[in-house]
Design a protein around this ligand. Structure first.
Ligand SMILES: Nc1ncnc2c1ncn2[C@@H]1O[C@H](COP(=O)(O)OP(=O)(O)OP(=O)(O)O)[C@@H](O)[C@H]1O
Length: 347
């Protein structure tokens, strides 16, 4: 096991509040110019974006009516306020000029991507996310690039990241978590049916949409299965499965493990294997040492206990997660996540 600094140049900084690289140094390199879209001049179009004009998260997205114009460019969009800062660039609210469709434009700097040797990761994120269509998966409508930047045209998730919401709320009640877990499970069933393993499910990679629904984002670490790709690890291991931290081959079951970790973190406010250093976390994951606070119900513990199982073959299949009594009782079909407002009391 390598839980020290990884030898790759990725140097993925820890996410606020935890670390967790899981870089993949063995993935094939794909040159930047494989983004075969004509370069467009960089110019910052002016214009005020009214985010309430969003067409809704289930809309078809911005469409190109003009057949002659095969690709997007920055001049197709009015840029609005920054939505957040990522490791390799920023995300802006934007509106497609013709359709007035509101999107999030993720701007990545090519120089940083090349320096960090993560072209393969960006390319994989684009290839995989563009193909997926599910109400609980953030849509990627397309991409374009210019000399210095790559632009990803993403569905706009109005309520930002799950990580931020969890920090504000500290933890969620069981009904809310059951709805998030039900929806995430459905999205993972869909991904796995398309032979995509996400491999990086955690609150930082989940966004909250217009109707407070959960959306899986960030497919940078996902792979098509079967895959011979391995992950080299560095940083904190919070969401990684026992087989991953031990560098063993892994499959779809890694997403089932992280579903269990997520369920715990959303209910408790801290991940189950949280410890003062990564060696302690490693030991806790390896022997599945979990302490449940008194306020966690028996049924919730039962579900988490069936997900957080060392042997990947013995983890509860996703389809059975949807039939588990904790899910069916707390998140019956049609139950939607609650709307939160900052004045609402925490639990
Ligand atoms: N589609 C979106 N809609 C709304 N807000 C978004 C969207 N995408 C990103 N954001 C906001 O921008 C922040 C940074 O996003 P970004 O994906 O660049 O971060 P990141 O986790 O560092 O990504 P990566 O790991 O891919 O570099 C998010 O935490 C979120 O608050």
């Amino acid at each position: 096991m390598n839980i020290n600094k990884c030898s790759c140049k990725e140097n993925r900084p820890p996410t606020a509040g935890r670390s967790g690289c899981g870089c993949n140094i063995n993935a094939p390199k794909i040159p930047m110019d494989s983004f075969k879209v004509p370069a467009v001049p960089v110019g910052r179009p002016l214009g005020k974006v009214n985010e309430n004009k969003e067409l809704g998260s289930q809309g078809a997205g911005p469409a190109k009516n003009d057949d002659k114009k095969k690709s997007w460019s920055l001049s197709d969009f009015d840029l609005g306020r920054p939505l957040g800062k990522g490791k390799f660039g920023n995300v802006y609210l934007a509106r497609e000029k013709e359709s007035h469709y509101v999107v999030a434009l993720k701007v990545l700097f090519k120089s940083q991507i090349l320096d960090s040797e993560i072209e393969h990761q960006v390319r994989r994120e684009v290839e995989i996310q563009c193909r997926l269509r599910h109400p609980n998966i953030l849509r990627m409508y397309g991409y374009f690039h210019d000399e210095k930047r790559i632009y990803l045209i993403l569905e706009y998730a109005k309520h930002g990241s799950m990580y931020k919401l969890l920090k504000e709320r500290e933890r969620f009640d069981e009904k809310t978590v059951a709805i998030y877990i039900r929806d995430l499970t459905k999205a993972l069933v869909y991904c796995h049916a398309k032979k995509v393993i996400h491999r990086d499910i955690k609150p930082e990679n989940l966004l909250i949409g217009h109707n407070w629904e959960l959306k899986i984002a960030d497919f940078g670490w996902s792979v098509h299965s079967p895959s011979s790709r391995r992950m080299t690890l560095c940083g904190t291991l919070d969401y990684l499965s026992p087989e991953m931290i031990e560098g063993k081959p892994h499959n779809y079951a890694v997403d089932i493990w992280s579903l269990g970790v997520l369920c715990y973190e959303l209910l408790v406010g801290l991940p189950p294997f949280d410890a003062k250093d990564s060696h302690q976390t490693y030991r806790k994951i390896r022997y599945v040492i979990i302490k449940y606070p008194d306020f966690i119900s028996e049924k919730a513990k039962d579900l988490m206990g069936k997900l957080l199982v060392i042997n990947p073959e013995q983890r509860l299949p996703l389809i059975n997660v949807l039939q588990h009594p904790w899910i069916t009782e707390n998140a019956p079909e049609g139950a939607q996540p609650p709307a939160f407002n900052p004045e609402q009391k925490q639990l």
